[in-house]
Design a protein around this ligand. Structure first.
Ligand code: INS
Length: 284
């Protein structure tokens, strides 16, 4: 397992060489991404109707108990990719390619910008937790934007109107600004709606640097990294590391395009890279 590049080292490097992380080649204009008013794919609205209705505090507790035991399966990264290349994300208005293509589009853009190798690996891994669907989980319990449970739903979350059907919105333990949390308690003490981010974070937390782990754990938390709607739950450590969630976001979002990367050609590079940081098999 390789020593981790320090955040300071990377930060200096990033600021000197890549002052504009938004300079990624895009298939369409930025404003055209994440259009939830008139989503280009008709799966999106129904996805969020179900997601917002069923993702309650109790539901999340139950899923954490079940899946964070990692007792379901042991497999290589490549075996998990064999499944991801059959999965199309219903929540995503911007891409209808399978998930392996999206991972490669993200990681290749990070690589093209010359970032440290663990950042490239983070791009390759960040949505791998979607293998939860392999265990029969419905998509509303795996993908889509995430949000804290156990406190008020922000109207900055996409499709906020669907929270009317969520029992927690009518439960006074969970529907106040802080709910079950203390002011600025730190996001590590906050339970997020259940899905691939928390699952993959818990799976990889011993292998990657803290900046990578923040990218993995919070990349779908648009209500914070884009809208700043939950700053009242964050502590200093979160503020420091959210910088890197924001650096990651354009690579995740704006690289979505119909162009299919060549996995056969790229695979040897990624096999070496994964072997540098991860064990040969992972527990799911
Ligand atoms: C997408 C997708 C992504 C997630 C985004 C979401 O639809 O599920 O994996 O990171 O937040 O908008």
């Amino acid at each position: 397992i390789a020593p981790l590049a320090s955040l300071d080292e990377w930060e200096d490097d990033l600021l000197v060489r890549y002052p504009d992380p938004d300079s990624i080649a895009q298939a369409k204009a930025k404003e055209e991404f994440r259009n939830y008013d008139t989503p280009a794919r008709d799966t999106v609205t129904e996805f969020y109707r179900l997601n917002h209705k069923y993702q309650t505090y109790d539901f999340v507790m139950e899923k954490e108990r079940n899946f964070l035991k990692f007792d379901k399966k042991e497999m290589t990264l490549w075996e998990s990719f064999d499944f991801l290349n059959t999965l199309v994300d219903d929540s995503d208005p911007d891409i209808d390619l399978d998930q392996l293509q999206h991972l490669l589009q993200t990681s290749e853009a990070i690589r093209a910008d010359g970032h440290p190798d663990w950042f490239v690996l983070t791009g390759l891994l960040h949505d791998m937790g979607k293998v939860l669907c392999l265990f029969g989980e419905p998509q509303w319990a795996v993908v889509g934007d995430t949000f804290p449970v156990g406190c008020q739903h922000s109207d900055k979350i996409v499709f906020p109107e669907f929270f009317g059907a969520n029992p927690d919105a009518h439960d006074e333990r969970y529907n106040t600004k802080y709910g079950v949390y203390e002011p600025n308690c730190g996001l590590r003490n906050v339970h997020m709606s259940w899905g691939h981010d928390e699952y993959l974070y818990q799976m990889t937390k011993n292998y990657l640097p803290e900046s990578a782990l923040y990218m993995i754990r919070y990349h779908s938390f648009y209500a914070q990294h884009r809208e700043n709607a939950y700053t009242h739950l964050m502590d200093e450590h979160d503020h420091e590391y959210f910088k890197w969630v924001k650096v990651f976001n354009p690579y995740d979002l704006y690289t979505k395009s119909p162009k299919v990367p060549n996995w056969k050609e790229l695979r040897p590079y990624y096999e070496d890279l994964a072997a540098k940081y991860l064990p040969a098999t992972l527990k799911f």
